[in-house]
Design a protein around this ligand. Structure first.
Ligand SMILES: [Zn+2]
Ligand SMILES: [Zn+2]
Length: 136
């Protein structure tokens, strides 16, 4: 079980099963919500469970161009990712308390990164969205 929580501790969640991927997302929404970029953990939607603080979660509904909700703790502002469980979950890896067992494999939405931030590693880069196939 991979556990996660917000800074103030009101919201807690857990993930069963192996995540599909861990990526660095450079989209403008991650930049504004989380810092210069966000480490996003993606996996099977039904593997994610909110264990505490459902009523402390604020949800920013995506505009027409985006598919994921943005969840935050109402009290401490911690960026939690998209905790709605559709086919996949997209969780902010910064909120994890445990090692998810996988390592970052790619940078995504690099077309949206700020000009002042240089990526200086050899991970794969995708200008837009990319969700690896679980079989990869
Ligand atoms: Zn909180
Ligand atoms: Zn993003």
């Amino acid at each position: 079980m991979i556990k996660g929580s917000c800074l103030c501790g009101k919201v807690a969640f857990e993930i069963s099963g192996k995540p599909y991927s861990l990526s660095y997302c450079h989209c403008s929404r991650c930049r504004k919500a989380a810092g210069v970029f966000s480490a996003v953990l993606v996996g099977k939607g039904s593997d994610l469970r909110i264990t505490q603080g459902e009523d402390a979660i604020a949800r920013l509904t995506p505009g027409p161009d985006w598919k994921f909700e943005r969840c935050f703790c109402k009290d401490c502002g911690t960026s939690l990712g998209d905790l709605e469980t559709g086919d996949i979950y997209v969780v902010a890896a910064s909120a994890l308390d445990d090692d998810p067992g996988i390592r970052p494999s790619a940078h995504i939405h690099t077309a949206s990164k700020p000009a002042w931030y240089e990526i200086d590693d050899d991970l794969k880069k995708f200008e837009g969205d990319y969700i690896p196939d679980p079989q990869d």
